[in-house]
Structures are given as structure tokens and as C-alpha cells.
Design a protein around this ligand. Structure first.
Ligand code: SF4
Ligand code: SF4
Length: 432
């Protein structure tokens, strides 16, 4: 580890990546912020132009540059649309890392961020404590008191976070850490499951459902105790060095386990986990290990469609539509797997919504730090959902689930929002 710590990274958009853009503009209509604002500087082409200006020294990293880069969702829809193979995700992450290094936020913001990114997300104990405190906040009269006092309106992003925060689920998924769950029936595969960070508290039942579905499909499922947060939120915020530390810990915890696959149910995490090779490409000790790790990483939908799916499912009735999670569709290029799984469930009627791969506005903590834009994008998304008027809105990422739940309340008819594996879990339970 000491050797890895001595690697000096200077993250910034690479000239070879910037040079790929021929400024054709074919990505503009795929970009949610450009669609909302119609402003070139808030389009992929405009943002790349600004990165080039900074890279060549024609412009400095100023407030305007930061605002346009910050308003990007890093949804990578522009990558899918681009005929020149511009790897926009790499560019925006590197641009944010460069901003972080050369023009860091003020001390208080740095302190708060460090508390969340370095002391909360990677720590099982701190996550548990926060989950407990949030649970107490909700069941006591404190929440009603705070909401009634109007103080949240004065608290800016923290107030918005309170309104969007999900219910902590008790008991947390951490109690499954260190366990090995047997396959149901014949053991055909040996997999490891990554529980995430906050998902262990806020999506504990989803994580349990994922493990059950894997077991029902002949998997022995290990939940290694030494795993940690994947670092996706860190990477998206430009905090690549703390992300590298987490990547090394996950590689150490999982690579030697002789697993057939390492599984995640969070598209946002999966995208970063599959890019550990890029994150650690200059690390002499971990570069090759990261390549091996990437080969084993699978989204749960990708894995389930790569094996023979257990067909012993009962009915789940209803009209369902699917929202592509950006980091599954654009980041990992996985579109058909979740649809194939949904179509395999008896009783479900599947119908596509228009523009299912347009971002819902969730994007990690974007819905908190860029709340106005996020809510505008969500309203547009719900317009597309409402064309189908489904009973269930299904997606493949916990963050998207939260955002769509808010959307269903605000602009839909409060319908159910579920992950693909929750539907499968229900179908297996309904089998007689
Ligand atoms: S990112 Fe791709 S699609 Fe967009 S302007 Fe550049 S070359 Fe064209
Ligand atoms: S990542 Fe998404 S929001 Fe950012 S420029 Fe590309 S399409 Fe627009």
C-alpha cells in the first residue's frame, strides 16, 4: 500500500480525450441540461469547449466554468450520442478533479464534504450511527417540529436534503456482512455481493432481495466484511484520491475470493467499480489487479441474463415501464438485460416510455446540490412516464428509485417504484 500512496496524480482532462470532439453538436439533444436551458455552455459540446480553453490556458478556472461543469449531471447520455467516441464521463470527472486541486471550495464546505465523503460513507460504524439518529429523528416528534418551524427553508441544500432523504430501514443490511448464503437448490455459481454504503441503511430490503434472487438462481452469495463504499460519489465530486483509497480496499477485500462474479445492484456504483482500472491506471501495485477486478464486476441484471434464469416465478400483475439508469445504459451499455428480466415475469405487462434513457435528475447528490435543475428534469421525465401511465415504475439504481418516488408523488399518481430485482424477488415468492 505504501508504494501506491507514493503515486502522484495530477487529474485534468487529457488532451487526447479533448481532441476527439469535432464539435458536430450531435450530442446536444441528448443532454438534459441543454434540453432544459437551450444554452450552449450547458451542453456537452459547450462544456468540452470550456475544458479546452482551460487546458490551453486561454481561460482560467473561474466561477462561470465551475458553474457550467457543476450543472452537468455526468449522466453520459452525450457519450452514447457521440459518433466520435468522446469519453465525456472521463472528461467531466477529470475536470472536477482539476477544479478540486486548483480552486478548492472554502474551508467550511471542505470540512462538511470531508465529513461526508471521508468519514461517513466509508465507515460502517458512522453510517449505522447516522441511520439510528435519522430513525430517531423520524419516530420522535422532532421531525414534525423541525418541518413545522420553517427552519428547513433557511438551511439551503441541507433543508432540501431533509425533504428528499429516504426512510432508514431497520435492521440495516450490515448485519449480513461476513455471511455466506447458500444457493437454493444446486450450487452453480459462487458470487460476492457489494452492499454499497448508504444502501445498507436506506435500501436494506433491496439488498436482501438481491441476495435472495441470486440464491434462487443457484448462487452461493458471500458478503465480504472488509468491503467498503465504491467511491462513485467521490469520483463524481472530483475527489479521486479518496476514491482510489476505497478502490484499493475493495480490491483487497474481494479479488482473492475466487468468485465467479462480484455483483452490485446499483448502476451508479457498478459504473465506477468497472472503471477502477482507469482510476488506478498509474498505480504500479494496483493497475493490474484493477483490470482483474473489472473483469469480475457485474451488474445484477447483467449477471442474471448471462446465466440460465430460474423460471419458477409466480405472477406479478400490473403495467410496468422501465427507466434506464444512466450509469447502466450510458456508463455500462446495458439496456436489454433489465428488460429481458421484466419480460420473463408472468403477469407483468411491459410498455416502453418515450425517452427512457433520458436522465431522471437524480445523479448521486445532484438532486440536493442542484435541486432546481433536478426538479425541472424530473418533471420532464414524469411527463414521459405518464404517457404510459404505469402501475409500477421500474429502474436499476437506488438513487433513481428515490428520485422517481418523488416524481410519482409530485407528478404521477403516487405509484410504486421498484428495482428490477425486487420484482423478480416478488415473482419467486409468488411461485407455488
Ligand atoms: S461530444 Fe461528440 S457529438 Fe458532441 S460535439 Fe463533440 S464530437 Fe460531436
Ligand atoms: S453528461 Fe449528461 S448533463 Fe453532462 S453534458 Fe453529457 S448529457 Fe449533458
Amino acid at each position: 500500500m505504501a508504494g501506491s500512496d507514493r503515486v502522484q496524480y495530477h487529474d485534468a482532462p487529457k488532451q487526447s480525450d479533448l481532441d476527439r470532439c469535432v464539435h458536430c453538436g450531435l450530442c446536444l439533444n441528448a443532454c438534459p441540461t441543454y434540453r432544459e436551458l437551450g444554452v450552449e455552455m450547458d451542453s456537452p459540446r459547450g462544456r468540452i469547449y470550456q475544458m479546452v480553453q482551460v487546458a490551453t490556458g486561454a481561460a482560467e478556472i473561474g466561477e462561470s466554468y465551475k458553474e457550467h461543469i457543476d450543472l452537468c449531471l455526468a449522466c453520459r447520455a452525450c457519450e452514447t450520442a457521440c459518433p466520435s467516441g468522446v469519453q465525456y464521463g472521463r472528461l467531466v470527472e477529470a475536470a472536477r478533479a482539476e477544479i478540486e486541486e486548483k480552486s478548492p471550495p472554502p474551508p467550511l464546505a471542505r470540512f462538511l464534504r470531508s465529513a461526508v465523503f471521508e468519514y461517513l460513507l466509508p465507515s460502517k460504524m458512522n453510517l449505522r450511527v447516522v441511520g439510528f439518529l435519522l430513525h430517531f429523528y423520524r419516530i420522535s416528534k422532532l421531525q414534525a417540529l423541525v418541518r413545522g418551524s420553517g427552519i428547513l427553508k433557511l438551511m439551503g441544500n441541507l433543508g432540501k436534503a431533509e425533504a428528499l432523504a429516504p426512510e432508514p430501514e431497520s435492521p440495516s443490511f450490515f448485519r449480513w456482512y461476513g455471511k455466506v448464503l447458500p444457493a437454493i437448490g444446486e450450487k452453480k455459481h459462487r458470487v460476492a455481493f457489494l452492499g454499497g454504503c448508504m444502501a445498507n441503511i436506506f435500501f436494506a430490503r433491496l439488498n436482501e432481495a438481491t441476495v435472495r434472487v441470486l440464491q434462487a438462481n443457484g448462487c452461493e452469495v458471500s458478503i465480504p466484511n472488509d468491503q467498503t463504499c465504491c467511491g462513485a460519489l467521490h469520483v463524481h465530486a472530483g475527489l479521486r484520491e479518496p476514491a482510489r483509497k476505497l478502490a484499493r480496499q475493495n480490491i483487497d477485500a474481494l479479488l482473492g475470493g475466487n468468485y465467479d462474479a462480484i455483483i452490485t445492484n446499483a448502476a451508479g456504483c457498478g459504473s465506477t467499480l468497472k472503471e477502477y482500472d482507469e482510476l488506478l491506471e498509474e498505480d504500479p501495485e494496483y493497475a493490474e489487479k484493477a483490470v482483474q477486478f473489472k473483469k469480475l464486476m457485474k451488474d445484477v441484471t447483467e449477471f442474471l441474463t448471462s446465466i440460465e434464469l430460474n423460471p419458477a416465478m409466480g405472477k406479478v400483475n400490473g403495467l410496468v415501464t422501465y427507466q434506464d439508469s444512466c450509469h447502466l445504459a450510458h456508463g455500462q451499455k446495458i439496456r436489454s438485460a433489465p428488460r429481458t428480466l421484466l419480460r420473463a415475469v408472468p403477469g407483468l405487462v411491459f410498455r416502453e416510455m418515450p425517452m427512457s434513457d433520458l436522465c431522471c435528475g437524480s445523479a448521486g447528490i445532484y438532486n440536493i446540490v442542484q435541486n432546481d435543475m433536478s426538479m425541472a428534469i424530473l418533471e420532464t421525465k414524469m411527463g414521459h412516464v405518464n404517457v404510459v401511465n404505469p402501475d409500477i415504475i421500474v429502474t436499476a439504481n437506488p438513487g433513481c428509485m428515490l428520485q422517481l418516488r418523488a416524481g410519482a408523488k409530485l407528478h404521477g399518481r403516487g405509484q410504486r417504484v421498484a428495482h428490477v430485482v425486487e420484482i423478480l424477488d416478488e415473482a419467486y415468492k409468488n411461485y407455488h
